[in-house]
Design a protein around this ligand. Structure first.
Ligand code: TNX
Length: 588
């Protein structure tokens, strides 16, 4: 996972030897070391040939060929990224450390459909230290994602040290409290702080680079900037001082388009660009309330002087000034699709979060666009019944809904569709306060993201994809990732179900009408070592409920309803939420 673009299984088998023999040409020592560590993890030797020379046009800069024959394993690529991805695939093909000592022959030719395969993380609403960030990047790279969008600033906290403006972190990095879960009117009164030093940022940038992940830093402007304005009140248009925001939602406190603000942002961005070598700088641009601008005499005179008629025009002026500065430093801006309203240049890349609409508008205008629609690709949405899940922002996003999402809108012409440079998941953290919860929100959903980011078209049905998740869950569990345990699935056998519909995936309840008589129900779970417990009396199953050991056989009479509820439990004791099957004997 993600599925390779082309894979052919051959009749050959490769019996793995005890010794490691690696022959490499053109490959960096880092990739050779990675190959060794993968073989060590699988407790095996192998005869492995790594060849890297830029001549295979079919592969591009990130593709690879991987062959397993009776004689050994070979990986060929044009560059380091291709070799790295070939090795990730090898890691998934090798038998487990205690598994059989041979491999099936395969010929794989693989390359990504999308150049931007991103995952975002909001560290402002809740802060995550660099060890957590590195684990996040690790798992991204394993599934061939290559852009880490680091949302470093927002109303609720400024998280990156800027040498020239120490108050950004000493004041902007702390809030006096946080709204209570489930009650936005109550503040817990617990001081909440966190930021990265520049040395830590450099460390993470280097760590990501070694895994072919580029970091896109986001410095929000002109909205979502209350933490910065709390630190340096002159940045705002208001006259009264503000504190770092303690509640979620959108703040009215925004940067004033003054020379002081532009000077500040240029100084901040200069430091940011020195830390992050990637091509893109994310300047935010979403959700900018204009009340502060409307009240400001300074904004009124600016509009008069520059003949700007609307507040969208003021944001356009703001964005273009910043864009000119960023471009003068050889970089490009990317911003949320809200920046389209003010009329940015063609060079600006757009991150489309308002469904596909922003992307369609951007692609038609000729702007490069990353698809990250609120809904399927918002990893802060619920993954199941809100009654069973930890508090989330709303909506529903499951591996299946993500897998079904098509990143290139069908209404675009071929020419316009070239503007869709990739796809990304966003993980906002208003309700995500711990690393454990963070990985619960990320995994296994991110595997579905990798499947729509890397191959195109999708080689598997959504059902086959969900079934294939199992092997990956084993790996994630073995490596200490606290993924969400997938809900058990039901299959009805021996009786042709009259109607079997997943009435509402959000409540994980299936409704089936069956012919009266004997009905056999099978329960399965994607996690290979998950044990299933169930009830048939309408109560919520617990770890003490009946253990599932094989098909449940029921005899249903006409109009009789039986409800089967099941949970999956891992050896670690972590359990899924319940899935319910409501079976009704059809009326004669
Ligand atoms: C909107 S998406 C925001 C974020 C919130 C998110 C919650 C976007 C560009 N802005 O500030 O965290 O909704 O889903």
């Amino acid at each position: 996972m993600p599925s390779p673009q082309q894979i052919v299984e051959t009749a050959e088998r490769y019996d793995l030897p005890a010794a490691v023999t690696i022959s490499a040409s053109g490959v960096s020592p880092d990739e050779i070391a990675l190959a060794r560590s993968i073989l060590r993890d699988h407790a095996t030797g192998a005869t492995l040939t790594l060849a890297q020379s830029a001549h295979d046009a079919a592969l591009g800069s990130e593709g690879y060929r991987l062959n397993v024959t009776a004689a050994g394993i070979s990986i060929a690529a044009n560059g380091g990224a291709g070799t790295f991805y070939g090795l990730q695939t090898l890691d998934q093909l090798l038998p487990p450390a205690r598994g059989e000592r041979s491999m099936r022959g395969v010929e794989i030719v693989d390359w990504p459909a999308h150049a931007w395969r991103g995952m975002h993380l909001d560290v402002s609403r809740h802060f995550f230290g660099i060890d957590v960030v590195k684990r996040y990047i690790d798992v991204m790279a394993r599934y061939k994602l290559n852009v880490f969008h680091w949302h470093l600033t927002d109303d609720q906290g400024w998280r990156i040290a800027i040498a020239r403006y120490p108050r950004l972190t000493s004041v902007g990095g702390c809030r006096a409290g946080t709204e209570m879960e489930g009650d936005a009117t109550e503040i817990d009164g617990v001081r909440y702080c966190g930021y990265y030093t520049q040395a830590q940022i450099r460390e993470v940038v280097a760590y990501a680079k070694a895994r072919y992940v580029t970091i896109v830093p986001e410095i929000e402007m002109p909205g979502h900037s209350q933490a910065a304005i709390a630190a340096y009140p002159r940045l705002g248009c208001g006259t009264s001082a503000v504190a770092v925001r303690e509640t979620w939602g959108v703040s009215d406190v925004v940067y004033c388009p003054s020379e002081y603000t532009f000077g500040f942002l240029e100084n901040v961005l200069s430091e940011v660009m020195r830390l992050f070598p990637g091509r893109y700088v994310h300047i935010g641009g979403d959700e900018v309330p204009t009340v502060a601008w409307q009240r400001s005499p300074a904004v009124r005179s600016l509009m008069h002087k520059l003949h700007i008629a609307t507040y969208a025009g003021v944001q356009g002026y703001f964005d273009r000034r910043i864009e000119r500065f960023v471009e003068a430093h050889g970089r490009r801006i990317i911003g949320w699709d809200d920046i389209l309203a003010g009329g940015v240049s063609r060079n600006a890349a757009i991150m489309s979060w308002h469904g596909d609409e922003g992307a369609i508008a951007a692609a038609r205008r000729g702007n490069d666009t990353v698809m990250t629609p609120d809904g399927p690709l918002y990893f802060d949405a619920y993954q199941g019944d809100p009654n069973d899940e930890p508090q989330a922002i709303g909506g529903l996003s499951t591996p299946e809904t993500i897998y079904r999402y098509r990143p290139v809108p069908a209404s675009l012409t071929l020419e316009q569709s070239r503007r869709i440079i990739g796809v990304q998941g966003n993980l906002w953290t208003e309700y995500v306060a711990t690393p454990q919860h963070l990985f619960y929100m990320l995994l296994p959903r991110m595997l579905a993201l990798s499947e729509i980011a890397w191959p195109d078209p999708q080689p598997r049905t959504p059902e086959a994809f969900e079934a294939a998740i199992g092997t990956q869950l084993q790996w994630l569990g073995d490596h200490g990732y606290a993924f969400r345990v997938p809900n058990p699935e039901f299959t009805i056998e021996g009786n042709s179900a009259i109607g079997f519909s997943n009435v509402s995936p959000s409540v994980r309840t299936a409704d089936a009408r069956v012919a009266p008589g004997e009905v056999s129900v099978t329960i399965s779970c994607a996690a290979p070592d998950g044990a299933i417990r169930y009830t048939i009396d309408g109560t919520t199953p617990t770890k003490a409920s009946t253990a599932y050991n094989g098909p449940i056989v029921l005899t249903l009479s006409a109009n009789q309803t039986v409800e089967i509820s099941a949970i999956a439990i891992l050896p670690s004791g972590r359990a899924s939420t319940q899935s319910r099957l409501i079976l009704t004997g059809a009326a004669p």
